[in-house]
Design a protein around this ligand. Structure first.
Ligand code: NDP
Length: 331
């Protein structure tokens, strides 16, 4: 068996020396425990914050202890009355090839009919984040303009598609022509704007002739400073992430936004997906139905091999992932 532990804390994009591979034993499951074989590992931007030793909404990873995150795994041995050999489960689990854990920490997947990695994207935490942040805080109305950044990614792609289902004019911001074309051609967004191009500001202005009613914030930084120039009266800004600053070595500074918010009587609200857990069931069922009906599509980048996890993680910050980034560890 093998695991990956946090070897050291770091600044900037975590390099290989932050991730230490260790050989460990496979432990037999005792009462109420199962032995799991890891199939898919999810890497997510929030993990960057957990590598720091600072207070946040999730606990820091501990030095010399395994990383953990959302995983899809198969039960290979069971000492639990709830789960059987062959069942597929998800949970927040340690980065190990084989995991022995109490059954209460995992959830059996709802259906084997869909690709399993969907439980790490639309049918998992990112899909839930998109659904809750957009509908509970953004509250898009028919005919309104919704803008989303990191638009081709795990969260952003779902935000834009749900906004379309609600009848909004949807504009996605992403890096590079392949991603931008995907937004309009595959996902059905009204407009895609490439923030890496010099004409970003002009293209954005053209894409939002009626201003912006909802800005689903995933990125922060200069990109968002540009977006804020187009806010409408009573605009809503669910602040989901600020990925452009996760690896900054210094402070993140920019224009102050208070006056813009006052002038527009706008609402800007940070959130974390877990705060909306009370109606998780209804939200999961709705997302599953949209997937089944083909109303929500999703792209995935699957890298193969346990040894690829650090590299796959870094791709989130270079934009080399396309859609949800996962790692396939076993069949
Ligand atoms: P993605 O699948 O969107 O992958 C990350 C993408 O971010 C990259 O592909 C890249 O896209 C973009 N990106 C990276 N660095 C920059 C940068 N400096 N400037 C602009 N874009 C950048 O990741 P997720 O969908 O999983 O996460 C999206 C956001 O949602 C993150 O900020 C994350 O922290 C947040 N989040 C928040 C949650 C919450 O509960 N609040 C829960 C889950 C996610 P491109 O090629 O287009 O630049």
């Amino acid at each position: 068996n093998e695991q990956i532990v946090l070897a050291k804390r770091t600044e900037g994009i975590p390099q290989d020396d932050v991730f230490r591979y260790e050989e460990i034993d496979v432990r037999e499951p005792s009462s109420d425990e199962v032995l799991l074989k890891t199939i898919y590992v999810s890497v997510d931007p929030y993990m960057r914050g957990r590598m720091n030793d600072s207070k946040s909404y999730t606990q820091s990873y501990e030095l010399d202890k395994p990383f953990n995150g959302h995983i899809v795994a198969e039960v290979v041995q069971s000492n639990s009355s709830e789960l059987q050999k062959g069942d597929v489960v998800t949970g927040v689990l340690p980065w190990q090839k084989f995991i022995t854990i109490n059954q209460k920490y995992v959830t059996k997947i709802a259906s084997n009919e869909v690709p399993l990695y969907l439980y790490l994207s639309v049918l998992g935490m990112p899909g839930m984040t998109a659904y809750q942040g957009l509908l509970k805080i953004g509250k898009p109305q028919e005919g309104e303009t919704v803008v989303v950044s990191a638009a081709s990614g795990a969260v952003g792609s779902v935000v834009g598609q749900i906004a379309k289902l609600k009848g909004a004019h949807v504009v996605g911001i992403a890096g590079g022509s392949e991603k931008v074309n995907y937004l309009t051609e595959t996902l059905g967004f009204d407009e895609g704007v490439d923030y890496k191009k010099d004409d970003f500001a002009e293209k954005l202005e053209k894409a939002v002739p009626n201003g912006i009613d909802v800005y689903f914030e995933n990125v922060g930084g200069e990109l968002s400073d540009e977006v804020f120039k187009h806010l409408n009266k009573f605009a809503r800004i669910p602040v989901c992430g600020a990925i452009s600053s996760y690896n900054l070595k210094g402070e993140d500074i920019g224009p102050r936004i208070q006056q813009t918010l006052i002038k527009n009587q706008a609402l800007m609200q940070g959130f974390i997906v877990a705060q909306f857990n009370e109606d998780i069931k209804e939200a999961s069922e709705q997302l599953a139905q949209w997937i089944q009906e083909g109303k929500i599509k999703s792209e995935v980048t699957i890298d193969e091999g346990f040894d690829q996890i650090p590299n796959a993680f870094r791709k989130l910050f270079t934009g080399d992932n396309f859609g949800k980034q996962v790692i396939k560890v076993s069949e």
